[in-house]
Ligand binder design. Sequence first.
Ligand code: NAI
Ligand code: CS2
Length: 485
Amino acid sequence: MLKNILEGRFDEVTEYNRSDLASNIVHIGFGAFHRGHQAVYNDMTNAISSEKWGICEINMFGPADLIENLRKQDHQFSVVETSKSGVTKRLVRTVTESIHTPLDGIESAIQKLVEPQVRIVSMTITEKGYCADPQSRTLDQSNPLIAHDLENPSNPKSAIGLVTEALRIRKNKGLDAFSVMSCDNIPENGALTKGVVVEFARIIDADLGEWIAQNVTFPSSMVDRIVPAMTEEEFDIIEEATGYRDPCGIVCEDFRQWVIEDDFVAGRPDWDKAGATLVRDVLPYEEMKLRMLNGSHSFLAYNGSLAGYDYIYQCMEDEQLKSVTQKLMIDEQGRSLSPSLDVNLEEYAELLIDRFSNPNIKHKTYQIAMDGSQKLPQRALDPFLTLQERGVEAKIQPVIIAGWMHYLMNAQQTSTEIHDPLAMTFQDIMASFSDKASVASGLLGIQSVFGEHGKDNKELIDGVMKAFNDISERGIKKTIENLAQ
Ligand code: NAI
Ligand code: CS2
């Protein structure tokens, strides 16, 4: 790897002294996204700012070879940023050390979080990693990881249990608290994280819960960069670009955005120097991104997949689907936002369509379709309810939910694996009814996804069932064609 750097195979290599770095940040969830987003911001910040922050990476799930390979290359890795017209090859140098808990033991992760220099614990553990009920946003005590951790708090399996155990030890040792920053696609992700950690801690020890509530901050953040899961094709791109087939490398789009609530109890890197925006209230930005970008992504993941498209960029090559996506963004998701945000939503939508159209980003509809139960509340239901309150009729939002239902039924028929914490619940519902419309009503009745709305919100039920029947009777292409008019 070093040989390639010397040969100038990377366009961007920061120059600060890595031996000055300490693990002031511990990040849980060394997945694709963190490598292309926070790690890049942090590396760029270290190059500009006088204060340098290192990151210790923790994975609690996933294959061990990612962390083993990372260690072999001195914790440095490649990020290839692709636009429609070219690539930028970046070497990221900010990671100091790593832990894979199935390999190294949970104790090593607990000990790391308890080290005095740790000032921020950040997380990209996917929506389901917070073990919260998506509707009530409270701790799901029936979650098997949480049920285990409540019985065995000093030997946790969940990220929530790990963070709480580390904070318990810090409190007992008289060490300062750290900030806990979620970087997952969840509205008010800081408040949600605080809620589940404090609830978990209170069950174990009321004083600990109180101490966390008083001493730990949980800044929210809106994160944005499209970083698809790696495939052999992407590893080829890295090898072609840099001459090194980096097993820890990623390929992502060139766009990046990060809006962070400036509420850090033990300081933070000057991420603003690398382009992040520090604000008092992230919620309007989160809502805009979750509804306009992620809501449209889910619309395309389900309905694009039904129309036969494997990738988001292919959906954008279908003029009808593209036009309905634009309408969804502007006429429905955009109209559901808080009026306080000073952003030109038409321009934002145009930028999103442009990003989705990048043929060099091979983002699978199948990937985005995963974990729908954790995504639909904030991407489809909440914006629908806001429009309903505002007296605006939504025609496309219900199609997100109807497309999801057809997608699940198709997956079952074709024996395609459904990745979702509620997969068993879906299967039970699909097995209980022989006609599709009853299955659709059953899915809409799932309390943790749709709350009472799936049972008693007539406008929602009628809208979803109409869209569902349209897709059943006319097919997806005709349904989209009608919506495009
Ligand atoms: P990934 O599949 O590459 O990585 C997932 C990471 O989450 C892994 O490190 C895994 O160990 C960890 N994880 C999974 N379940 C967990 C659990 N129950 N407890 C603790 N850790 C758990 O996925 P990727 O691309 O890194 O995305 C992760 C999250 O980042 C997304 O769910 C989303 O919330 C956020 N994000 C992703 C973007 C993307 O384009 N990939 C963009 C913006 C946000
Ligand atoms: C996607 C997001 O997988 C999904 O659900 O909608 O990961 C999306 O790519 C990012 O939020 C973009 O920032």
